[in-house]
Design a binder for this molecule. Structure first.
Ligand SMILES: CC(=O)SCCNC(=O)CCNC(=O)[C@H](O)C(C)(C)COP(=O)(O)OP(=O)(O)OC[C@H]1O[C@@H](n2cnc3c(N)ncnc32)[C@H](O)[C@@H]1OP(=O)(O)O
Ligand SMILES: O=CC(=O)O
Ligand SMILES: [Mg+2]
Length: 348
């Protein structure tokens, strides 16, 4: 049991007070880079002008002999990046030999520049409680005046079983991303991919009794549907934000767009981009379609108080569709405030 009156008190003397609400700044794409890779790191200042969030990755993808260089690179980039950029980091997992130094360096040496620490392989609320207290102690030591938030990656079967408790573990929680590669391994799924579908995971029409030899229509299904839908509910129910995650087939831009769109339609606010080409895909998908926004505006204008039943363009609209229209227009407005091109496309 935790005393609810203590929920918004800092976990260490001198640490900043927790936030009541997750900041609603756009995070349609969290662009990953390896801070130990000089070529990639050199591109970050430019990429930070295009991507909503840039993330210095210290975990998987960074070889063991470059973990320290990646940590040092993160601190150096944090302290030289344009302050208008939004910087996150992904630290190594909690059982690794690097994570204590990762979190310590991120908070003590760049804590005023890093908004969110992404924690991989979170298995239950105990992992969040550990990181929560540690970050509070370090924030107090660094004299920070705003809390650094935690973003969990959902990538083990146990984490999946505890997703609601993870989402509600602390007011420091910002959101959760799906980690389809590690989750597939943890679940013993028989795949060798980073996210996306699989040609073997499909449904097929029944045979035609009149013509049993005729070809049967078949279609690939989304193996992440259950996971994403449950994650979206856990996040939304607790006031934090849900994200898709990585799509590893960089050259398959259509597959990437389809996977991102499925996540967007289910309620995710953003995704990861692993390669510069995925930034544009994420921007296109996670910014609502101008035609949908125009229809949503029409619904709101036609039903200013959101009540009753109405026919608009041949479709029944009532209190519930009015709320959907509000979701669409609120998102469009928040993006339009920062992006003149979208403001024009949405007429906002
Ligand atoms: C399951 C998980 O945990 S996913 C998260 C961990 N993985 C990652 O973060 C992967 C990040 N991305 C990458 O490492 C790379 O994009 C790769 C390995 C997938 C592909 O890299 P490449 O084969 O070099 O791609 P490509 O040749 O198209 O790159 C073109 C340019 O973009 C740069 N680039 C590629 N990815 C990135 C990136 N994420 N950020 C910045 N620059 C990048 C390359 O350095 C290259 O630069 P150059 O033109 O100066 O030589
Ligand atoms: O970390 C991401 C994953 O898919 O695993
Ligand atoms: Mg992973």
């Amino acid at each position: 049991m935790r005393n609810p009156r203590d929920f918004l008190k800092p976990l260490a003397n001198g640490a900043p007070a927790p936030l009541l609400d997750v900041p609603a700044t756009p995070s349609r794409m969290i662009h990953f880079f390896d801070p130990s890779n000089e070529k990639m790191a050199a591109k970050v200042p430019d990429i930070a002008q295009k991507a909503d969030v840039v993330l210095g990755n210290l975990e998987d993808g960074v070889p063991a002999d470059r973990k320290e260089a990646a940590r040092a690179g993160l601190v150096s980039i944090a302290n030289s990046l344009d302050p208008s950029a939004t910087l996150w980091t992904r630290v190594n997992s909690l059982e690794s030999p690097w994570v204590l130094d990762d979190i310590t360096a991120a908070v003590l040496e760049a804590g005023d520049k890093i908004d969110v620490i992404m924690l991989p392989k979170v298995e239950g609320p105990w992992d969040i409680h550990y990181a929560d207290r540690l970050i509070a102690q370090l924030e107090a030591k660094a004299g920070l005046d705003r809390p650094i938030l935690i973003h969990a990656i959902l990538e083990t079967a146990l984490g999946m079983a505890n997703v609601e408790e993870i989402a509600s573990a602390s007011p420091r929680m910002q959101g959760i991303s799906l980690g389809p590669a590690d989750l597939a391994a943890s679940r013993r799924m028989k795949t060798t991919r980073v996210g996306g579908g699989h040609p073997g995971y499909r449904v097929i029409d029944d045979p035609d009794p009149a013509n049993p030899e005729a070809p049967r229509a078949t279609a690939q299904q989304d193996p992440w549907h259950y996971t994403l839908a449950r994650m979206v509910d856990a996040c939304t129910a607790t006031g934090i934000l849900p994200y898709y995650g990585p799509y590893g087939d960089i050259k398959d831009v259509d597959g990437c767009e389809a996977q991102f769109r499925a996540a967007f339609l289910l309620g995710c606010v953003g995704t990861w981009s692993l390669h510069p080409v995925q930034i544009g895909i994420a921007k296109k998908v996670f910014s609502p379609d101008p035609d949908e926004v125009a229809f949503a505006k029409k619904v709101i204008e036609a039903i200013p108080d959101g009540r009753g039943v109405h026919m608009i363009d041949g479709k029944m609209q009532d209190d519930a569709t009015w709320k959907q229209a509000q979701v669409m227009v609120t998102l469009a407005r928040s993006l339009a405030e920062r992006d003149p091109e979208l403001a024009e496309a949405y007429g906002l």
